[in-house]
Design a protein around this ligand. Structure first.
Ligand code: ATP
Length: 250
């Protein structure tokens, strides 16, 4: 077993996941250090989403373990709600509640799960929304917002309580191309503010711009990982080269 970084926010050790006979994660080892931005790339079906979902305990691992700041969150005795409250998650679809105003969407978990007083949660929500260009949307309902604005609201919701780790799974895939930039700008400012982020994306230019490290997944394994230059410009593996030539010429 590898020597573990005692400061790692996230550690996956030999994680396996099967859906029936389909061995989707075949022994994944991965560490994310504090303040690090790690971007996972790979073909459709390579296991990126499943990887993210095991970390948020939506999927149970079949073997191996996952540590969050040293705590084994795959231990059957782990408190799932407590683990989830330590991780901010944004998925492809924004999943905002349509009947709730933006500010209520943003502060719901802070109030209900973290028991932050409503006035404090609102103040922090308004501050973050304003900082990210949504100050005039605080009291709107989500259907009045563009897809990019809704996704930025979902990100504000995810960071409201300062989670230890942010999981961003294909957060721009459902957006019109002209709306992608504003969401990516927000992620860049989270990086600059020191967030620890694990992100799966198909946006190679964004991966290059924001990643400290890129991880290439292939058929349920991490085939190679390194700096954006190493992986995107000088990949060692044939499968990585094939994948990149496909996505770059799309
Ligand atoms: N809930 C599930 N039940 C059964 N099979 C699943 C389930 N979720 C994922 N799979 C299978 O696991 C494999 C990996 O899927 P996953 O969604 O993790 O890939 P991905 O790399 O995220 O793909 P994409 O880029 O298209 O999102 C696929 O073969 C998929 O069919």
């Amino acid at each position: 077993m590898s020597v573990l970084d005692p400061h790692a926010v996230l550690q996956l050790q030999d994680v396996h996941k099967l859906f029936g006979d389909n061995h989707v994660l075949k022994g994944v080892d991965l560490e994310v250090a504090s303040h690090e931005v790690v971007v996972v790339i790979g073909a459709s079906g390579s296991g990126k989403s499943t990887l993210m979902r095991t970390i948020n305990l939506i999927e149970q691992v079949d073997d191996g373990r996952i540590l969050l700041s040293g705590d084994d969150i795959t231990d059957p005795r782990a408190d799932v709600d407590k683990v989830r409250s330590r991780i901010g998650v944004v998925f492809q679809h924004f999943n905002l509640f349509p009947h709730m105003r933006v500010i209520d969407n943003v502060t719901l978990a802070a109030r209900r799960v973290h028991k932050i007083p409503a006035a404090d949660a609102r103040a922090r929500g308004v501050d973050l929304l304003t900082r990210f260009g949504l100050g005039d949307k605080v009291d709107d309902y989500p259907d009045r917002l563009s897809g990019g604005q809704q996704q930025r609201v979902a990100i504000v919701r995810a960071i409201l309580t300062d989670p230890e780790l942010l999981l961003l799974d294909e957060i721009t895939s459902a957006l019109d191309p002209q709306l992608v930039g504003e969401v990516l700008d927000l992620v860049r400012s989270l990086k600059d503010a020191g967030s620890t982020i694990l992100m799966a994306t198909h946006e190679m230019s964004f991966a290059r711009g924001v990643a400290d490290r890129i991880v290439f997944m292939h058929q349920g394994r991490i085939l190679e990982q390194g700096s954006p230059e190493e992986i995107l410009d000088h990949p060692r593996e044939e499968a990585t080269r094939e994948f990149l030539s496909r996505v770059m010429h799309r």
